[in-house]
Design a protein around this ligand. Structure first.
Ligand SMILES: Nc1ncnc2c1ncn2[C@@H]1O[C@H](COP(=O)(O)OP(=O)(O)OP(=O)(O)O)[C@@H](O)[C@H]1O
Ligand SMILES: [Mg+2]
Length: 452
């Protein structure tokens, strides 16, 4: 006799994997005490109503929907030009980073031409009102609902018909029909699923605010990231006023764009040219090299810094902050093997100032020159910047975005660029006032920028 299928299933609240029986520790993600029992969803059978009909793409004549511009320039840039109607967007950030401020400013910007709704499950109307009064944007037309019941929120969206609705935050929504406590996997899955359907059906943009935990992961399940169309992370350093927006997933645009904003008492201000912020302290200093990093459609100058010193541990430390660890190890190996540097008993720290990131291979040359400068105790040639990928043979290889990188170097008054040779010559003329030093390998680069 066939055994009846069990009516319940055990689901890990951390990673969402299912187990046939209860276990104390999830075998998938290793979390303890995260597995809880949930009712099994009934097996699908053929629907008695007519089958859904697919359509040929060529038969569709849909004009691309016009994007909704928020007026927060850096947010619009990261989204790829504004919000796409009918999309579900997640804005994730650590507590206190400024998520509520960002969404209120965006809603204020949109509210001049469209209906908007802010659902706050975390703050009282008085708190939101106080923020609205503090920030410079005109928030008068922003409709607010202090509610955490999913069903009520859905009804409010259906009734109010906003073009954009923000839910602050997804972790505070409560869904009566789902198992688990507030913020648990099943609650978040149910709430996000319902809001996703609503967004598609009603062509309303729904923006979810999500908290991230201390280790940078999204609080709650990773499946939230799979369900939404865009994930925008909002990061910053506690001691600095600037905040960085990045799209880690975007179904409607590039994920290379970076938005920089600065927090002031009256709200967040977009920083159109972040170079000044990342290069604030640059000067003729030992262990410092300027690098033009390409972020989506613009190049930004950042400072790659290195510190080299006698180690007290074996093996010596190799610490990479904002640069790629593996590429750092490779650059150190190339400097040792092809340029005669003795780094085997030296700690090497490399970091990008200001919390910026320079993970592309073109940062190799800047890392190498910063390390060389730190090791030799001499600053690089004044007003210089460098980019180029370093191969294992010590050769400096061409990289993309030659013109854009040189443009940024020229625009900020630097006078010398140490760059790779380009196969077939350079398409664009270099900016005036910048001396171009073309180098073929690491020893030539050192001879030009950091002579002994
Ligand atoms: N009166 C004020 N003057 C200046 N800056 C302020 C003021 N009040 C708040 N801020 C800034 O706003 C930040 C908090 O912004 P916001 O509430 O938007 O963050 P959040 O990410 O939504 O936080 P939470 O995780 O608590 O929801 C603070 O860290 C601070 O930098
Ligand atoms: Mg908040």
């Amino acid at each position: 006799m066939a055994r009846a299928r069990p009516q319940s299933v055990h689901v890990c609240q951390e990673c969402g994997s299912t187990h046939p029986r209860w276990v104390g520790r999830c075998t998938s993600c290793g979390a303890w005490g995260s597995v809880t029992e949930e009712a099994r969803v009934a097996t699908l059978t053929r629907s008695p109503v007519a089958a859904a009909r697919p359509v040929r793409l060529g038969d569709l004549s849909l004009a691309p929907a016009e994007r909704i511009v928020t007026g927060v320039d850096e947010l619009d840039r990261v989204l790829g030009g504004g919000l796409v109607p009918g999309s579900l967007v997640l804005i994730a950030g650590e507590p206190g980073i400024g998520k509520s401020t960002l969404v209120l400013q965006a809603l204020a910007g949109i509210s001049s031409s469209r209906k908007v709704l802010l659902v706050t499950g975390e703050e009282s109307l008085a708190q939101v009102h106080a923020r609205g009064a503090r920030i410079a944007a005109d928030t008068d037309a922003v409709a607010i609902l202090a509610e955490s019941q999913l069903e009520q929120v859905v009804d409010a969206i259906v009734e109010h018909e906003p073009a954009v609705c923000v839910v602050d935050s997804i972790q505070t929504l409560v869904c009566d029909t789902a198992e688990g406590t507030i913020g648990s996997v099943s609650q978040i899955r149910q709430a996000t699923g319902a809001l996703m359907r609503l967004a598609k059906e009603r062509e309303v943009v729904i923006v979810l605010v999500g908290h991230v935990t201390k280790d940078g992961g999204l609080a709650g399940p990773r499946m939230l990231e799979h369900m939404v169309d865009c994930v925008v992370t909002f990061e910053g350093e506690e001691m600095r006023a600037h905040r960085v927006l990045r799209a880690t997933k975007n179904r409607f645009g590039s994920i290379n764009e970076t938005g920089v904003l600065e927090m002031f008492p009256d709200g967040l201000v977009s920083v159109a040219d972040p170079t000044g912020m990342f290069l604030a302290e640059v000067g003729e200093r030992v262990g410092s090299c300027v690098f033009p990093v390409v972020q989506g459609s613009r190049a930004v100058l950042v400072e790659v810094q290195a510190l080299v010193g006698q180690t007290e541990v074996v093996p010596p430390r190799r610490v990479a902050v904002g640069v790629d660890r593996t590429r750092l190890a490779q650059v150190i190996a190339v400097l040792s093997r092809h340029a005669g540097f003795r780094l085997g008993d030296q700690d090497v720290f490399v970091s990008v100032a200001g919390g910026a990131r320079a993970v592309d291979p073109a940062a190799d040359l800047a890392m190498a020159l910063a390390i060389a400068s730190a090791h030799r105790g001499t600053p690089l040639a004044p007003g210089s910047a460098a980019f180029g990928e370093i191969g294992l043979t010590g050769g400096v290889r061409p990289t993309g975005h030659w013109g854009r990188r040189l443009g940024a170097i020229g625009a900020h008054g630097l006078t010398m660029a140490v760059v790779p040779q380009m196969a077939g010559g350079h398409a664009e003329p270099p900016p005036t006032g910048v001396e171009i030093s073309t180098v073929g390998d690491i020893t030539q680069a050192l001879a030009v920028a950091c002579p002994r």
